[in-house]
Write a protein that binds this ligand. Sequence first.
Ligand code: ADP
Ligand code: MG
Length: 412
Amino acid sequence: MVQDVPKTAPSRMPSRMPSPILAVVFDLDGTLLSTEALIINVARTVLDLHGTQLTEEALKASIGKPPLEAWQSTMDVLGLTSEQTTAAELYRRSEDILEDLWHEATYLPGAVRLLHHLRAHDGLKIGLATSTPRAVLAKKTKNKPLLQDCFDAVVCGDDEDLRGRGKPDPACFLKVCRQMDVDPGACVVIEDAPSGLVAAVHAGCHCIYVPSIPNDATLEGDEAHASRITRLTTLLEFDPAPFGLDAFGDGIEGTVPFGLNADSVIRIRGQVVTGFGRGSKTLGIPTANVETMAVSKVLPGAATGIFFGWASLACFPGEVYATALSIGWNPFFKNEEKTCEPWLLHDFGDTDFTGTTIALVVVGWIRGEANFESMDALIARIREDGEVTKRALADPRLCAYREDEFLRHGCE
Ligand code: ADP
Ligand code: MG
């Protein structure tokens, strides 16, 4: 089996739900909102205060770990000694700064689109069950009117009756269902964390699991709950049909466009670095790897798949290229490094532009990561992604992003 981007498990959508869905309940962090980029920026500030800088290597060592462990790894990689500071001290400082920055958390790709879509569905209830304390929730949603008014019920981690009963205890989901007056069996929970998945199925709900952690296999092979779990790699992959909900009406050439009504376009600027030597050699399709730091700043871990948009290179000022790009986890670094590999749909001959700066305006999503039976099937699919990219970018609304200021180099 060949994989264009390694994935945890194939996405499975049930063909049809046994009973109609009356409510959808969301988790917040990692499901609707991403705090990753925010936390990385704060880590930078905290390290600055200690006269040191966050490096790509330190970032790689800490991504995906709980805060204290992440800080310890950062200290180890940067050579900070316990005389200079401690992980606990760094964590405390970062929390102090975060306190006033929670509103900068951004929506995960597909979140706004899905919320708008569900809201337009007559009679469907929408709930929020988050571990976030209510005061912090207010900060996170301060500048997000959609999150302030789209929920029929909101339960928080510090609710009096939920004290000591955090996820994986099903209490929060049972409570939100009660508040919405919906049977848990008629409710779909959308979760990114293993503990949330367990809580949801134990509450008797269906769960759409979009793990933030790559290669997570929580409850995989659990026959008892399998029929109630749908695994997706990103919210963008969500298909409303099996849940008896209306199909999305915003597709362009089969893609999910950004920057039109719901999700924003994604702007990435970074250095082209040496990849794994598999693009041109193995596939005959060159892909310019973009440095991890540049990608993790703007894209949360869970955002993976095949995207498309416009690219420009500092070494060819004024030119803009249609581009298909894959974003995902690479086994080369034991799935700890996420790669972003744009394939510029232009023949550069033998030109190697490693080391130059690339700017990307990602205007849509083509598909999730997939498995392929053969190398030929993989190559055919990538070529098809290229064709889809060209067709979708011909749409005037997406073509307009060709002129995006972000694609101009020279003023860096
Ligand atoms: P690796 O697998 O190591 O990333 P590739 O074989 O994929 O290497 O080649 C990537 C390099 O090829 C890029 O860094 C860039 O310098 C060059 N390149 C040439 N044409 C293209 C193109 N159309 N799109 C992307 N990269 C290209
Ligand atoms: Mg490559």
